[in-house]
Design a protein. Structure first.
Length: 452
């Protein structure tokens, strides 16, 4: 049985995990950088240990310091949250070697699914539809150009390792291929220390659909339905909803079955996400697997009533999944807005500073996941997300109305945020109609600039 959990993260996800551990009677250890000494997660945990200086590389990415903190505090488990080391196979392997329970999949699975080429080949062998492209990683631009010609333009150039939109470029013709390839490769090397790339056909104007899966240690795998994450800026999600209004029941059933099949093929354990691109003609393709909890997991919790973080911990502790696929019922509709410290009217410039006053909405079907409080300092060193505002309604129309009301009630003073910007999106006619794809935000921003 897990007795003490170290949370290898910060911000709202660290707070989220601490609260779940409290419910389960598990002691908690927070780790923090010098900049986060007064952060909420350090105040809520039973213990708090400083693991380094302000830079992520010297603190939240410092594996040795985190493992040392776990051993020193007597923590027998580590939850990595999302971001930072959550998809780092070396960190998971270190936990395994130190006999510390890692709340996530095995290190070899993280490694296999984190490498886009290997993940792609795994899916091909399992009969999962993938986007046409090369099956082996490449480092040479000339070879890449030959592959692009065979696949057919437009093509997407992607880093074989990593994620989060890093190391990705679109090439529309042979004339711009070299510049796109070299640019993506350089970014990949800087972000992941790997210059291996792969090339696939660029699917134009798709929806981004992801299926949440849970898998225990005994071979049982279920999915918890899908989330529509098509509203993105620079490959970073802004607003997500569940379920997707773009899927028919037949598509939902088929894609869910494929997601489970994909997880089984990967030999997966714990919570994970199978991501698909959905074309307007109904065809869909496997894009990648995220081997961690997702930022947007609350909307799935809202429609299923299942606490995904709690299930993660129970799975890691050796418990069996307590429900079958047939017992999982999706009810209503849920939407999440990410509230960021940024100014959309000034190129989404980050806006660190001191929060002087704040108020979050409440009521039936309204949830806020956050780690901010009045008087806290929003530093410029980490992700700009301040909070996640989640609503749940009986249907999509009610959820939109509820989100409109909730956004109108949020108050965060002292810094700039994107609250008004998200309010505009929620009130946009195309969003309300459900007629959008991954290019929606780009068009929306252009229209906004034209009006201003």
């Amino acid at each position: 049985m897990i007795q003490k959990m170290l949370i290898a993260n910060r911000g709202e996800i660290a707070v989220r995990i601490i609260r779940v551990c409290r419910e389960m009677g598990i002691q908690t250890v927070a780790v923090y950088s010098v900049a986060d000494k007064e952060a909420l997660h350090t105040q809520l945990a039973d213990e708090a240990i400083c693991i380094g200086e302000t830079k992520s590389s010297e603190s939240y990415l410092n594996m040795e310091s985190i493992i040392s903190a776990a051993i020193t505090s007597g923590a027998d488990a580590i939850h990595p949250g999302f971001g930072f080391l959550s998809e780092n196979p070396t960190f998971a392997r270190l936990c395994e070697k130190c006999n510390i329970t890692y709340v996530g999949p095995k290190s070899d699975v993280i490694e296999k699914m984190g490498n886009k080429v290997e993940a792609r080949n795994t899916m091909i062998n399992a009969g999962i539809p993938v986007i046409p492209g090369n099956n082996d990683g490449i480092t040479d631009c000339i070879i890449g150009k030959d592959i692009a010609e065979k696949v057919g333009y437009p093509i997407m150039i992607k880093a074989a390792s990593g994620g989060g939109g890093k190391g990705m470029r679109v090439s529309y013709t042979a004339d711009d291929f070299e510049n796109a390839f070299m640019s993506a490769q350089k970014e990949s090397e800087m972000a992941f220390g790997d210059n291996t790339m792969y090339i696939e056909h660029f699917v134009e104007h798709p929806r981004h659909i992801e299926f949440q899966i849970l898998a225990d240690k005994y071979g049982k795998v279920v999915h918890l339905g899908e989330r529509d994450c098509s509203l993105q800026r620079n490959h970073q999600k802004i607003i997500e909803e569940a379920p997707s209004c773009a899927l028919s029941e037949e598509q939902r059933r088929e894609m869910g079955q494929m997601a489970v099949k994909a997880a089984i093929a990967a030999g997966y354990e714990n919570a994970g996400t199978i991501e698909f691109l959905l074309e307007k003609n109904g065809k869909y393709y496997f894009m990648e697997m995220n081997t961690r909890i997702q930022v947007e997991h609350p909307i799935t919790e809202s429609i299923t009533g299942i606490d995904i973080v709690k299930e993660q911990i129970k799975i890691a502790d050796g418990e069996k999944l307590p429900f079958t696929q047939e017992e999982i019922v999706m009810k209503g509709h849920s939407i999440e807005c990410r509230i960021n410290a940024e100014n959309p009217d000034k190129g989404f410039r980050p806006c660190p500073g001191k929060i002087t006053e704040m108020h979050f909405p409440g009521g039936n079907g309204v949830r806020v996941d956050s780690a901010i409080f009045s008087g806290c300092e929003v530093t410029p060193y980490y992700d700009s997300m301040l909070a996640k505002l989640i609503v749940h309604g009986e249907n999509r129309e009610e959820a939109i109305c509820k989100m409109r009301s909730a956004l109108g009630e949020v108050v965060i003073e002292g810094i700039d945020t994107n609250i008004d910007y998200e309010y505009e999106i929620i009130n946009d006619s195309e969003f309300i109609s459900g007629n959008f794809d991954v290019d929606f935000i780009e068009k929306f921003n252009k229209d906004r600039r034209a009006v201003s």
